[in-house]
Design a protein around this ligand. Structure first.
Ligand SMILES: CCCCCCCCCC/C=C\CCCCC/C=C/C(=O)SCCNC(=O)CCNC(=O)[C@H](O)C(C)(C)COP(=O)(O)OP(=O)(O)OC[C@H]1O[C@@H](n2cnc3c(N)ncnc32)[C@H](O)[C@@H]1OP(=O)(O)O
Ligand SMILES: Cc1cc2nc3c(=O)[nH]c(=O)nc-3n(C[C@H](O)[C@H](O)[C@H](O)COP(=O)(O)OP(=O)(O)OC[C@H]3O[C@@H](n4cnc5c(N)ncnc54)[C@H](O)[C@@H]3O)c2cc1C
Length: 631
């Protein structure tokens, strides 16, 4: 069968709610979401097996993006689809993949890593997998409360299998963290298997249909062949065959961090679409007293809040794709046994995941605030987008922890520079900074990119010098590192921003040669706006570390304001171009037809509190008090 994915899914009636999700209980929400999740899974399986074929050439991304409308919250099978499958595909041996990756598999899985006691510091994970050579099995065990797995999506009620991260023990020796496939529920009855304690962790700020769960093992046995063995093996006699790189086990986190950048770009484009369309419909106060009230989008301060969100969505889409391609390249190298590029990819993924999630949540919130009171309504969908987006600052590597990973990488290169050792081309600017080869400031995108590099060099130097000073004062390295950690994260953040500016600008300039002249102009305006915005935000750093002057900053401010005016006529067109359907936006404020007030009234009429003209609580609680006072 040939289908158009969007039309096909939009026509599956059971996927679309009559009652808004907010009015359901925690339990009803899950049950509603899981019903839909299995309809979506069926479509994905049909696409995978070729039983249905698409005419719109964009799946599974298509299915992925439309699911935001179907669930409004989160697909409880997100981790099954996004992490369980992909981890098996990346880390299981060919034989294991052939067995486990069957399209008609009974396994519904999840990725079980974090524990009550440890999330960031995964070497501290306490769950053990002890090899028993007499039975050729691993014994999974949760030694204490803090070792209970806590958080995995889909674990609470849905999954019957999982990939568990545990400390591998063979003959009393700990070989560190490894991944094991464990069945946790009976495939037929869905009851937890003996030795398994599993449940759901309760309501959260968002992700309330994600079915996050807890899990404990009481000496639960699994076959030896259930350890993921592509990169590392345990042989029948208990011989341990080491991986080529000891962080290959962390590959799923690396991949998800890369993928997340594009997902956050998409969340930003949703928030921008809602806020810009609303700002074109909403009129509030005239600009000149004798004129009619203006669209709020005409207020320059409103443009300042919103156009950076449009631009940032483009930045993260471009940089997300750039990282995706790097990941593909590095993975191919790793297959050939070459691990050389892995540290760089890890360092880039860490800081870009950290900054993209932090930017996205701040900008989504900015869009919500830009919609005034109406942005506070759940029916605007901005609170849900915010709750979803802000979670990404924490999961898959917490913000500060990831920035500190990138800082390790920067400090290594600074040390080389300080010792006058050869540097890779992309860090040649460290040497320039040390030699005080400062470029004359240029008020142009290229000039700003150079300025940002000077900030990276300056902040890395400051952090490095503090580190050295702490060491000279007798501190141990880890303590000295901790004492310098504010400066180290600042250096990492600056590095991420310089990468974002450079990659976005270069990719835009390249893209501009391939599109129409009029489109190229708008794309370059957006890219320039992004660079100017951040140069102005960071003007203090530029004054400290580059050759910028006060006059240059004033000129940047004027150009920035000019760009806001140039982008204004295209603002609605730019968000329309994100091409997000109303069914996915789920917003009274952001629908294509602009019927904001009508939709708000229609949504309000769905409130159960409007079902009775007089709510029964009046008779129970209000009237006895108010009538008594009258007497
Ligand atoms: C309809 C269907 C469509 C389906 C589409 C799916 C699309 C998916 C899109 C995604 C969208 C949404 C996803 C939502 C999912 C939410 C689910 C969330 C899941 C999770 O959160 S899982 C748990 C994640 N946990 C973490 O991330 C923990 C963070 N901590 C760590 O990663 C590490 O511990 C660390 C990075 C802090 C390092 O710790 P440690 O072991 O102590 O190491 P160090 O001593 O610091 O470093 C040692 C050296 O190793 C290097 N290193 C570390 N990590 C890596 C790595 N991953 N790769 C390579 N190298 C690594 C480190 O740099 C050090 O090197 P050095 O010594 O400096 O040379
Ligand atoms: C919505 C959601 C979904 C999730 N889904 C999953 C899942 O499917 N599977 C799974 O396994 N996990 C999942 N997680 C767990 C998630 O990966 C962890 O919460 C995350 O890695 C952060 O770890 P933590 O909670 O232990 O925070 P902590 O590490 O305790 O962080 C708390 C504070 O301590 C600071 N801190 C910690 N260590 C350091 C350090 N070394 N230096 C400086 N500061 C430090 C942090 O910066 C932070 O400010 C999910 C979490 C959320 C919120």
């Amino acid at each position: 069968m040939m289908i158009h994915t969007n039309n096909y899914i939009l026509n599956i009636k059971e996927l679309w709610d009559d009652v808004p999700e907010e009015y359901l209980s925690h339990k009803e929400r899950y049950e509603n979401a899981i019903k839909k999740a299995f309809i979506v899974l069926k479509v994905l399986r049909q696409l995978h097996t070729g039983n249905i074929q698409i005419t719109d050439h964009r799946t599974p991304t298509n299915v992925y993006s439309i699911q935001d409308g179907i669930f409004r919250n989160v697909n409880p099978l997100l981790i099954h689809i996004g992490l369980f499958w992909s981890t098996i595909a990346a880390q299981a041996s060919t034989e294991q993949q052939a067995e486990w990756l069957q399209p008609d598999s009974s396994m519904i899985g999840t990725y079980v890593q974090t524990e009550l006691g440890h999330g960031s510091f995964i070497r501290g994970i306490e769950t053990t997998a002890t090899y028993d050579s007499t039975t050729d099995e691993f014994i999974l065990h949760t030694p204490r409360l803090s070792a209970y797995k806590w958080w995995p999506g889909g674990l609470g009620n849905t999954a019957n299998a999982c990939l568990v991260m545990a400390q591998l023990y063979i003959n009393g020796t700990c070989h560190g963290l490894h991944i094991f496939l464990a069945q946790i529920r009976d495939f037929d009855t869905h009851k937890p298997l003996p030795g398994i304690k599993v449940g759901e962790i309760g309501p959260k700020m968002g992700f309330n249909t994600a079915d996050n769960g807890f899990l404990g093992f009481d000496n639960h046995r699994i076959p030896r062949t259930n350890m993921l063995m592509k990169n590392v093996q345990v042989l029948r006699d208990g011989t341990y065959v080491k991986p080529k790189h000891d962080k290959l086990t962390y590959g799923s986190m690396l991949l998800t961090r890369v993928t997340l950048i594009s997902d956050l770009a998409y969340q930003l484009s949703k928030a921008a679409t809602i806020a810009v369309r609303y700002s074109a419909v909403r009129r509030q106060s005239p600009i000149k007293s004798n004129e009619p009230e203006r669209q709020i989008l005409d207020f320059v301060s409103q443009q300042h809040k919103l156009f950076i969100t449009i631009a940032s969505s483009h930045v993260y889409r471009v940089v997300g794709l750039w990282m995706w391609n790097s990941h593909k390249r590095v993975t191919a190298d790793i297959h050939e046994g070459n691990m050389g590029q892995l540290p760089e990819l890890h360092a880039l993924a860490c800081c870009l995941k950290a900054i993209s999630s932090r930017d996205a949540s701040a900008l989504v919130e900015q869009c919500r605030l830009a919609c005034g009171g109406h942005g506070y309504m759940m029916a605007s969908n901005l609170p849900q987008i915010y709750a979803y987006t802000t979670a990404a600052v924490t999961y898959e590597g917490e913000y500060t922890v990831l920035l500190l990973q990138t800082a390790r990488y920067l400090v290594k290169f600074w040390r080389l520079a300080a010792e006058h050792k050869p540097l890779p081309q992309n860090f040649a600017y460290f040497e320039d900074y040390i030699k005080k080869n400062f470029e004359q400031w240029r008020n142009s995108p290229e000039g700003i990119i150079e300025g940002f590099k000077a900030i990276v060099a300056g902040k890395t130097k400051a952090a490095y010098d503090t580190l050295q000073c702490n060491l000279r004062n007798g501190r141990e390295f880890e303590e000295a590192w901790n004492m310098a950690s504010v400066q180290l994260t600042n250096a990492s953040e600056a590095y991420a921003r310089s990468l974002l500016c450079e990659v976005f600008w270069k990719e835009t300039v390249q893209l501009s040669t391939k599109v129409s002249k009029s489109l190229a102009i708008v794309l370059e305006q957006l890219a320039e706006l992004y660079l100017m915005y951040w140069a102005l935000e960071k003007h203090g750093d530029l004054l400290l570390y580059s050759t910028i002057s006060r006059n240059d900053i004033e000129a940047l401010q004027s150009r920035y304001e000019e760009l806001l005016a140039l982008i204004r006529p295209n603002a609605v067109g730019l968000v329309d171009a994100f091409d997000i359907r109303d069914e996915v936006l789920c917003s009274t404020l952001g629908a294509y037809d602009g019927r904001v007030y009508e939709r708000m009234m229609e949504e309000a009429s769905k409130s159960p509190l409007n079902e009775d003209v007089v709510n029964e609580s009046f008779h129970k609680y209000i009237r006895p008090v108010t009538m008594k006072n009258k007497l």
